[in-house]
Design a protein around this ligand. Structure first.
Ligand SMILES: C[S@@+](CC[C@H](N)C(=O)[O-])C[C@H]1O[C@@H](n2cnc3c(N)ncnc32)[C@H](O)[C@@H]1O
Length: 358
């Protein structure tokens, strides 16, 4: 039995995260409230979530990761925090009919003010893991296919406890994508596209791109996104009036065209169109839909730069537009969006109209 949902978001996006979970929960007849700390990077949504709401948590755009809270402990004694936690976990697992969890994480908020808690949680995970293994509640080796135990420390004396579902888990705990900046990539935004592939196509995304041979990058300069496509062996049309990185051009896999990304079109069908143009988000979303609908490309990955105000409302309008077109014209389409760890005032969208065969 759960009495709330913990959601992680980018610090500063707590309002959007809350508005979205309120709306999603209400669609399943589930109501609740929250009073989030601004810039904390998390929201505790007070509610009794139905299974449907828990199932829909991965769909949330502004929540990078989320799980249902099964217990809360406050006033932990610093001389022995472990005993009450282990006892509570044993009770939760028994109630849920779970014999063992496959992993455990000690989590914390990303906001600046939570730095000391982050250090504490980073160390505390080791004794927790040992104690759970001794009690037989944790598998000897990590098992990603089993539920994982999640412990969120607001500070070192308060913990929220939950057990997640393997199929609802974010690609990285707390949605914090730990990616190494690839040597040779021309800009840091290369990590945005790498994270997007991993989140939307799954950890085996490189295998999935093996059959993709051509790509278009709209708003490509200096080439961080183009670099990712080139690195997967694609030939890329890079569209931007700005300059492209010289080393990237020397690969001979890039055709740089100084043109307007809203006008330029390829001569033939390409596998991917990616777009990072700084433009009105509705205009970009419409362009991407048309690219796929008119069969210029098979798949689209694009960034929508959101305005400071009404960020959630703006995404809602765009989503409604895309969903209504999809419902009329491509009912099998896949549309997914996420506020990625490497996104700032923007979200990333993946669209596949699944229309290549008719
Ligand atoms: C955020 S930067 C792209 C960074 C790039 N994704 C990377 O990883 O290096 C946005 C780019 O969009 C380009 N841009 C904006 N409007 C454009 C348009 N209408 N047509 C083509 N490029 C455009 C800008 O010149 C700028 O280089």
């Amino acid at each position: 039995m759960s009495d709330g949902i913990l959601l992680y978001c980018r610090p500063g996006f707590e309002k959007e995260c809350l508005a979205e979970v309120v709306e999603t929960a209400a669609e399943s007849g589930c109501f609740g409230w929250a009073n989030p700390d601004m810039n904390s990077g998390f929201v505790v949504f007070e509610t009794t979530p139905t299974p449907k709401v828990i199932e829909r948590l991965p769909e949330l755009v502004f929540a990078r990761d989320a799980w249902a809270i099964s217990a809360r402990l406050a006033d932990l004694d610093e001389r022995d925090r472990l005993t009450p936690i282990i006892e509570t976990v044993a009770r939760i697992l028994k109630d849920a009919g779970i014999r063992q969890v496959g992993d455990v994480s000690c989590e914390y908020a990303e906001g600046e003010q939570y730095r000391p808690t982050a250090r504490f949680a980073g160390k505390f995970v080791h004794p927790v893991r040992q104690a759970l293994r001794r009690s037989g509640s944790l598998t000897p080796k990590t098992r990603p296919d089993l539920p994982a135990l999640r412990l969120f420390f607001k500070d070192s004396s308060q913990v929220l406890i939950g057990v997640d579902r393997p199929d609802g888990r974010a690609a990285w705990p707390m949605g914090i994508a730990r990616l190494k900046f690839p040597a040779g990539a021309p800009s840091r935004s290369t990590l945005k596209l790498e994270e997007a592939f991993s989140v939307f196509l799954g950890p085996q995304w490189r295998d999935r791109l093996q059959n993709s041979h051509t790509g278009v990058d709209l708003g490509a300069s200096p080439g961080g996104w183009t670099w990712q496509l080139v690195n997967q062996g694609m030939h890329v049309y890079a569209i931007d009036n700005g300059p492209m990185d010289e080393t990237l051009m020397a690969t001979t896999q890039v055709d740089h065209q100084q043109a307007d990304g809203f006008i330029w079109k390829p001569d033939r069908y390409v596998d991917w169109v990616v777009c990072d143009m700084v433009e009105k988000p509705a205009r970009v979303a419409f362009l991407m839909y048309e690219w796929l609908h008119e069969r210029h490309a098979r798949y689209a990955m694009f960034n929508l730069k959101l305005p400071m105000r009404k960020r959630f409302a703006q995404w809602q309008e765009i989503r409604e537009f895309l969903e209504s077109r999809i419902a009329q014209e491509h009912p099998k389409a896949e549309l997914r969006a996420k506020h990625l760890y490497h996104d700032r005032e923007e979200i990333t969208v993946y669209l596949d109209l699944k229309n290549q065969n008719g």
